[in-house]
Design a protein around this ligand. Sequence first.
Ligand code: TPP
Ligand code: MG
Length: 359
Amino acid sequence: MAEPTPSTENEPVAVASRIPSTDLLGVYRMMVTSRVVDERCLTLQRQGRIGFYVPMQGQEAAQVACAWALSPEDWIFPAYRELGVALTRGIPLKLLLDQFIGNAGDAMKGRQMPNHYGYRAFRFVTASSPVGTQIVQAVGTAMAARRKGEPIVTVTFFGDGTTSSNDFHSGLNFAGVVQAPTIFFCQNNQWAISLPREKQTRSETLAAKGVAYGVPGVVVDGTDVHAVYAAVVQARERALAGGGPTLIEAQVYRLGPHSTSDDPRRYRSDAELNQWKAKDPIARLKSELLADGQLTEEADRDLWESTKSEVSKALAAAEAMPPVDPRTMFDDVFARLSPQLEEQRLSFEELPSPNPVRT
Ligand SMILES: Cc1ncc(C[n+]2csc(CCOP(=O)(O)OP(=O)(O)O)c2C)c(N)n1
Ligand SMILES: [Mg+2]
């Protein structure tokens, strides 16, 4: 494959890096699962069953195809909108729902905001809410991995707005200087909450921002799983061969609200939304699968139905769990509790057990 060069143009997609045909249905299933979970979580928040959620509809192809191209050994440094990446990495849905609910199964022990999950065993670092912090962390981890001779890359996810943050620039600069094996995966979803892309920067593309740091930038259509996969495979191979970092700009659209605290109707038009809805990445891959005979309309309907019932099952299991035991707040911070904390812990022990019934 040709080396990616600093560019503001779409890179041609090498046929060798298309998603293998035998994987395509798996990619589609993961995208459908992401959509079903996403829609369910929005509803759960509206019903008061979870406190907060950050939807990712419209970004399924970018997220799933990117994660599909990685090795399970690669470390992922997400922002807060990476459900499709998390599911593709293999994080069980029930574990994610435990975190959204903050129940006794929550690996974060109820200490993180809902939707801000991380799992060491899956090499998926806890989501960052302050935009950009994950970028420098990914670069540092990549440097450490290279020093240790580990054949891995780090991949960091962030949005168009985050390319204006200090950490984006420090991270890219440093990665360029030390040739860190990092993939900077920018999902340009056209909006940073209510700020449109054209008011974010005069830069012609976001990928072009890599040029000043000596980091090749590639623009891909983020609704095309093959284009995303090809760009990530290429960036990964280059990084592993010592060729340094790559900045990938996947052009997508956030079809839903920024978060459950946002109402996008206040700042963007239905016409714009509908234009992008017509480019729904799930419909796009479905057409491809129908055309090459890997999927039928009937099998597709079954897939959506079975996915919905799997999600309901995982949700029922998560909702059946008791809340996090507040006594765990004394764990994990100090190797040995200070006398004051020990005293507080003991007085806490004397309180009645937390009510295991969710209200
Ligand atoms: C350092 C910092 N500044 C401001 C915010 C408030 N904030 C939360 S999300 C967001 C927009 C980020 O937009 P973008 O990078 O495009 O990602 P997207 O949410 O579209 O995925 C902002 C400004 C923040 N979380 N952190
Ligand atoms: Mg954005």
